[in-house]
Each structure stands twice: as structure tokens, then as C-alpha cells.
Design a protein around this ligand. Structure first.
Ligand SMILES: [Zn+2]
Length: 542
């Protein structure tokens, strides 16, 4: 009887350990076969562990630390539709108590109660199983070990990059690998208990890598001065805003001649200048963004750069600098950007999810921006960078239901980026993401233009575009095609700015039809803010 009771108890504990994967199955909009595979892997790993340990009490002791992660993972999956990733760990480590309570959303008492129940379950289970000497001795134990251990070894060693989070993107010339472990290990990334070890390990490696890169530029500072016409201003506030978009493609904007009404707000504005022939020099964010923000050349494919970005020049000139992001912190695609984000006086990542989930929408940036602008007093100087999710794949995840205008779309459907049979739906979802970007940018512009009297400008540009099966086969950002490299670039200037610096606004307008690339961006931003960089020989460069 006692044996039977304990058998049920251990089965129940077993089930608790599977809760994150069961929730993942329920909440995540992914291919069912994939979710089933993840759930099966979790079951198999636990079965193997139990078979190896034999003694039920020992199994419970070993799985206790894993059980303690279950409520957090469960909470996370049901709220943010993602397993806890190294990015989330980074945010939590960099947060203070009040920011952490943003994550838990006032559910602290519930979380505490769940922990109490869990601990009681595990400890009473350990004691009870120890006394009843529940041991797994059935012959099936040998069968499990014989079949599943080779299966797990096989799974961990086969090469399948699609199992890493962002493996859907093709990328070349990777100098530092995102994956610190063999590819096969990432099959376990979204399974418990192995997933938690992978995440912790990745977090450690990524942090080390980031700090190594930061160390390289630690002593670097721009010798920056200001042009007289800017330096003379002692009364008005200066607010400069740079929005870095994601996967925004020039020809999909109504503003730039697209037939579908994807930018109804921006198209109506008379006060913006949209460039016609502006190109990114790389099809990946991690290469494109450092080139636009620093003096790094596009031909320099090294991971990281020995100089800081334009943020440092603003810092030197007593600007308050901000990096507000809905993107990620760590990984081969993100770390080269995070190095520059760290240069800002104030850094915040708003997305508690990851690229594979719907996560947050870019609108989370609107309220903080409004508050920031409201609190600016004369004659403060601010430089704000928004790094937005824009049209980051999965396009259907980037906008709320009310922006699901172009249909049929892939909203609430699981699909593969490279599946040509859903081409029209992929294109419509992409157009909806531009429609949403139009709304976000217009909100930003309204907030900024309401700050009357401020000397301000606003620049938006995307890091790269995407292919949407125009050539019959390509989808995503992997190719150096016109669709991928031709990006939107938008300027806006406040009235106060235009009055003070008519020469600059005229210059920007006159270059609208010129062909140019992201390599010029660093110098353009310097020019717009009246920043002169002085080299070792005392020569000023604009
Ligand atoms: Zn990108």
C-alpha cells in the first residue's frame, strides 16, 4: 500500500517536472510536431535519470533544484511565451528590485505559495520514498537505458542548426559562434531539465564575451567638440532621437511609392524627408548597426570594434544618452550591438521574451519616451536611441490584432519563413508590420514635435530589408539583394532646429535623391548634432 502511494507520489512529481513543456505545448504557436518532440525529449531525459538513479528518494533529491525552476519557467512561458533565456537572465541580473517586480507583475504572493507547496511535496516525497525504499527494479529499466541513452547521445551529436533559436537565418563569416556547445545540444534548449543548464552556461559565456569586448574599448574616448552655432545655444533644450528599425524594406512603404497603404500616418506628414537611395552595407543587424553608429568600416567583418560609437561623442559633450530596446542582449546577432548599447548613460531592454515569440510590441517604448520628454528641462541635452523590433521575423508577431489589416495573414498561425506555399500570407504579415511601424514612428514624432521650442531632430533607418520570395525562392535577409540592402531613411527637424541650422536641413533635403550608404551615418549624425571629432593631429572631421 505504501509502495503504491509512493508510486503515485513519484509519478506526480514527475508530472510537475514536465509542467513547463506541457505549458509550452499549450501556449506556443509552433509546429505541433516540434512541440511534441520537445515534450518527448523531456520525458525521456527524466526516465533515463530515474532509471540511472534507481532509488526514488535519490531521484527526488537530484531533481529538487530543477523543481525549483519549474514555477519560474511556468510563469514565464504562460506570460511571455518563452523559456527563460540567457537574455532574460541578463535583464534580471542588471535589474534592481522594482524592475524585477515588473517581471513578476504583482504575483509575488502566488509565486511564494507555489514554492511552499512545491518544497513540501518534494521534501515529504524524499522522506516517504526513503522509508518505503521505493526502488525502480523492473526490467523495463534496462530497456529504457538500452534504448534511450544511445538516442540522447545521437540527438546531442547530430548537426541541426535549425534547433538554435535564430538558426532560421543564414549567416556567413561568423567569427564568434553564438553556440558555445555543439549544435545538437540546442535540441534540449527548450526542454527541462537540460535546458536550464544550457541557458545558464550560455549566459555565463555571453557575459564573458561581452565584457571582453567592452574591455577593448574601455579607455577609448572621442575627442569631441561642438560647432559654434550649436555651442552658442544656452537656453533651449536639445533632443536628438535615432530610431534603428528592423528588417524594414524601402519599397514596402507607401511613403516610398508602394501601392498598398502601409504608411497612412507618415504619408500624410509634410514635415519628413524620406531618402530614395539609401543602402545598408550588410544583410545582418550585427554588422549593419555597428557600421552606422561607429567609424567601423563595412569591410571590417571582425566581431566588435576598437572604437566606441557616436554615443561616446555625445557623452563627452554632456548629453544624457539613452538606449531603449525591444531587441535582445546576447548572442552572435546581438552582442556586437550590446557593446554600443552599454555606452549609453541609461540602458533598458523592454522585451522579456525572445525573437521566437510574440513577446512585446514596439509600443512599450511610447510611454517611457513620453515621460522622458515631459521631464526634460531647459537647456538639457539628450540623445536617445531606440532599437526597435520593427519587422523582425516572425512578422506576424510584431503587431497587435488591430493592425492585422492586410489579409490573409499569418497572425496566430505557425509557419516556416521559407515555406513558399504561404507566400501571400507572409507578405501580408510583413505589410502589417510596416503598418504598425508607421503608427509607432508617428507616435514618436508627435511626442517630439509637441515639445515646442526644443532644438531637435529625429532620424529613422532600418538595419536591412528582407526578401519575400520575389525571385521565387528567397525569403528572409540572407541574400545581398536590392530588397535586403535598400532601406528606408527618414529625417525630421523641429522648427527651432530649422531656424537655427537652415544650412543643415537644406543639405539633408538636397541629398534626398543621392545614393548613399550606412557607412556615412556616423558622420551625418555628427553633422546634425554639430559634433566635431578631433583627431590626434588636432584636425577636426565632420
Ligand atoms: Zn536585423
Amino acid at each position: 500500500m505504501l509502495f503504491k502511494k509512493n508510486f503515485f507520489l513519484i509519478s506526480f512529481n514527475f508530472l510537475v517536472l514536465l509542467v513547463p513543456n506541457i505549458l509550452y505545448f499549450v501556449y506556443i504557436n509552433e509546429l505541433v510536431s516540434r512541440k511534441l518532440e520537445l515534450l518527448m525529449i523531456s520525458v525521456i531525459v527524466l526516465l533515463v535519470l530515474f532509471s540511472l538513479l534507481k532509488k526514488a528518494w535519490l531521484f527526488l533529491v537530484i531533481t529538487l533544484p530543477i523543481a525549483l525552476t519549474v514555477p519560474l519557467e511556468a510563469f514565464y512561458i504562460s506570460n511571455y511565451h518563452s523559456f527563460i533565456t540567457p537574455h532574460i537572465m541578463g535583464i534580471v541580473f542588471d535589474s534592481n528590485i522594482s524592475e524585477i517586480s515588473d517581471f513578476t507583475q504583482g504575483n509575488e504572493f502566488k509565486i511564494f505559495s507555489v514554492y511552499l507547496i512545491l518544497l513540501t511535496m518534494w521534501i515529504s516525497g524524499i522522506i516517504s520514498c526513503y522509508h518505503s525504499k521505493l526502488i525502480y527494479n523492473h526490467f523495463s529499466r534496462y530497456l529504457i537505458l538500452l534504448i534511450f541513452i544511445p538516442f540522447l547521445i545521437y540527438t546531442a551529436t547530430i548537426h541541426d542548426p535549425s534547433f538554435s533559436d535564430i538558426g532560421v537565418y543564414e549567416d556567413t563569416e561568423m567569427e564568434i559562434k553564438r553556440n558555445h556547445l555543439p549544435d545538437g545540444f540546442y535540441r534540449f534548449e527548450k526542454t527541462l531539465p537540460i535546458g536550464i543548464f544550457i541557458s545558464v552556461y550560455e549566459f555565463y559565456q555571453e557575459t564573458q564575451q561581452l565584457y571582453q569586448l567592452l574591455e577593448r574599448t574601455k579607455s577609448f574616448h572621442f575627442n569631441a567638440t561642438r560647432e559654434t552655432s550649436f555651442a552658442q545655444n544656452k537656453e533651449k533644450s536639445e533632443i536628438y532621437v535615432l530610431v534603428i528599425g528592423e528588417s524594414g524594406r524601402y519599397d514596402k512603404w507607401q511613403l516610398n511609392g508602394y501601392a498598398k497603404p502601409t504608411t497612412p500616418h507618415l504619408s500624410q506628414r509634410q514635415d519628413i524627408i524620406s531618402y530614395d537611395h539609401f543602402y545598408t552595407r550588410s544583410n545582418s543587424s550585427r554588422e549593419s548597426i555597428p557600421v552606422m553608429l561607429s567609424r567601423k568600416k563595412a569591410t571590417d567583418k571582425h566581431f566588435g570594434f576598437h572604437e566606441k560609437s557616436i554615443i561616446d561623442a555625445f557623452n563627452t559633450l554632456d548629453f544624457k544618452t539613452y538606449w531603449l530596446s525591444t531587441q535582445m542582449t546576447f548572442g552572435q546577432y546581438d552582442t556586437p550591438i550590446s557593446i554600443h548599447a552599454k555606452e549609453a548613460n541609461y540602458l533598458k531592454y523592454f522585451n522579456s521574451s525572445n525573437y521566437n515569440s510574440d513577446g512585446v510590441y514596439d509600443e512599450v517604448l511610447i510611454k517611457p519616451f513620453q515621460q522622458l520628454i515631459d521631464n526634460i528641462k531647459k537647456p538639457e541635452k539628450h540623445f536617445i536611441i531606440f532599437h526597435t523590433l520593427g519587422s523582425h521575423f516572425n512578422y506576424a508577431h510584431r503587431y497587435p490584432e488591430e493592425f492585422d489589416i492586410f489579409k490573409p495573414s499569418l497572425k496566430n498561425e505557425a509557419f516556416n519563413l521559407h515555406d513558399i506555399t504561404v507566400k501571400e500570407k507572409i507578405r501580408n504579415s510583413y505589410d502589417n508590420s510596416i503598418l504598425y511601424t508607421d503608427y509607432i514612428l508617428n507616435e514618436f514624432l508627435n511626442i517630439l514635435s509637441n515639445k515646442k521650442d526644443a532644438i531637435s531632430w529625429f532620424v529613422y533607418l532600418s538595419d536591412h530589408g528582407v526578401d519575400l520570395f520575389e525571385d521565387g525562392t528567397s525569403s528572409g535577409q540572407g541574400r545581398d539583394s536590392e530588397n535586403v540592402l535598400h532601406i528606408p531613411l527618414i529625417f525630421w527637424f523641429s522648427e527651432a532646429y530649422q531656424q537655427l541650422h537652415p544650412d543643415i536641413t537644406q543639405m539633408i533635403l538636397s541629398q534626398k535623391i543621392q545614393k548613399n550608404t550606412t557607412e556615412s551615418m556616423f558622420y551625418t549624425l555628427c553633422h546634425l548634432a554639430g559634433i566635431q571629432i578631433v583627431d590626434q593631429n588636432g584636425v577636426k572631421t565632420k
